[in-house]
Write a protein that binds this ligand. Structure first.
Ligand code: PMP
Length: 477
């Protein structure tokens, strides 16, 4: 299925693709040529277990999604200035999963476009400009979103913080400003929420105006798989509304049933955002995204006289794909599956934590799990090196995980929703081995030398390339 040998692909990429475009494992990148379910296959047809692809939500290349795209593509694809059933049926379905007031949809092509439009709607509706976002948050690659994404603007060489952007502390009860060692959960929720109120008050005293919006992921991914305290969003939303602002829930990563119990992660907190943005899983790899809002906010936009047009947003093919994804989630009970497998994953991580002191914290909901790797449980000092070691070591074992968070020490697991308990066992036993190897090596170094070991110096044992599974094997999992 390759058109080029891997070396030629690398050479052409080096020549023609911007070096700043992100590439996993840059020194030895993977060439993936096909994928199915929770497995990806390289040019040698070796299988990799995908624990990180929350885009291939219902499984890579799900036949029903592929079929819906092909069928619609062979009949019609055009822009949404014509009537079409796919877009209205998709909007109706999405609205049916939301609180009643959230029923107006704007279809776009990516999570970034969705968040950019959400900010525009918020500015028009409130007449205000100041945005509150969270520390270490990421909301997209457009200029407007880099401006509000602390994860990006705060980097060396980043654009820095703009005047209208305000950053509230990450409500991380494990290693944030207020920790579970000192406070009870609801106290922390209130303390973190009070920071948002203080920012609202300061904006009022500085500008004489209210705020435009508060935007946050409902479970915070780039910030390190953080689960805010249960009362946090309720209190934040009430402060923001009192300050004239609206609340935006970014569900680009965590929506579409990943948390299992709910369609949308914000529903965990019993709050009603004014705008919800969604993307990634919505198209299972096809670019389709959406902004869902209230009649009042949509009316404010309409009253400006704007005629919103987006060439590809909501086209018949994209909506056929999104409809197929939603149908598969329902028909294959993937939310229930995420709940069961997610619980098993969390339990397995907790058991692993009993064996390895390097696991400081395990947190998650459904198939959204983070493992916080530490040098020492008491001090909670992050262990970036060990997290990186595990990342590379698992890749050698053909398991793809990711590592993120402000200290690059959080192992993130957010696989396609068809992930199984057997897959969990494989990840956990491989992590177990990786942690043992690392410790063994550290002990050898501390006995034999004062030199600190480097992850790359640890010998790689038991390399085990896996061959592609047959169709029958995949079905039997
Ligand atoms: N919001 C969140 C929370 C995201 O994680 C991302 C992408 N990682 C985006 C928005 C932007 O989505 P896209 O890359 O589809 O533009």
């Amino acid at each position: 299925m390759q058109k080029l040998q891997k070396e030629e692909t690398i050479a052409l990429r080096n020549k023609h693709i911007g070096k700043s475009c992100q590439l996993f494992f840059r020194k030895d990148p993977l060439k993936i040529v096909r994928a199915k379910g929770q497995y990806m296959y390289d040019e040698k047809d070796d299988a990799f277990l995908d624990c990180i692809n929350n885009v291939a939500h219902v499984g890579h290349c799900h036949p029903k999604v592929v079929q819906a795209a092909c069928e619609q593509m062979s009949v019609l694809n055009t822009n949404n200035r014509f009537l079409h059933d796919n877009i209205v049926l998709c909007a109706k379905k999405i609205a049916s999963t939301m609180p009643d007031k959230l029923k107006i949809c704007f279809f776009v092509n990516s999570g970034s476009e969705a968040n950019d439009l959400a900010l525009r709607l918020a500015q028009i509706h409130t007449g205000n400009r100041d945005i509150i976002a969270l520390e270490h948050a990421y909301h997209g690659h457009l200029t407007s979103l880099i401006d509000i994404s602390h994860y990006k603007f705060n980097l060396p060489g980043g654009v820095g913080q703009k005047d209208h952007v305000h950053v509230a502390s990450l409500p991380d009860v494990y290693r944030g400003k207020y920790r579970d060692t000192e406070y009870k959960k609801d106290e922390m929720g209130t303390l973190y929420a009070n920071e948002v109120k203080e920012i609202c008050d300061k904006i009022k005293s500085d500008t004489g105006k209210g705020i435009c919006a508060f935007i946050a992921e409902s479970l915070i991914s780039c910030g390190g798989q953080v689960i805010p305290p249960q009362n946090y969003f309720k209190e934040v939303y009430s402060h923001v509304k009192a300050a004239g602002g609206i609340c935006i829930a970014d569900e680009v990563q965590v929506g579409f049933g990943r948390v299992g119990k709910y369609w949308w992660a914000f529903q965990k907190y019993d709050v009603e955002p004014d705008i919800v943005t969604m993307g990634k899983p919505m198209g299972n790899g096809h670019p389709v995204a959406c902004v869902v809002t209230t009649q009042e906010i949509a009316d404010s936009f309409m009253k400006t006289g704007v005629e919103y047009f987006n060439t590809y947003g909501g086209n018949p093919v994209s909506c056929a794909v999104a409809n197929a994804v939603i149908n598969v989630i329902e028909q294959e009970n993937l939310r229930e599956h995420a709940l069961v497998v997610g619980e098993y994953l969390l339990d397995s991580c907790h058991i692993l934590a009993k064996k390895h002191k390097c696991i400081g914290d395990v947190r998650g909901m459904g198939l959204f799990v983070g493992i916080d790797i530490v040098q020492d449980r008491e001090t909670r000092v992050p262990d970036k090196e060990l997290a990186q070691y595990a990342h590379h070591r698992l890749r050698e074992e053909h398991i793809l995980i990711s590592v993120d968070g402000p200290h690059n020490n959080i192992i993130k697991i957010k696989p396609p929703m068809v992930f199984t308990k057997e897959n969990v066992d494989e990840v956990i036993s491989t992590l177990d081995r990786a942690f043992k190897e690392y410790r063994h090596n550290n002990e050898m170094y501390s006995v034999n030398s004062s030199k600190q070991p480097k992850a790359t110096e640890v010998s790689v044992k038991d390399h085990r390339p896996r061959k592609a599974l047959s169709e029958t094997q995949i079905k039997s999992i």
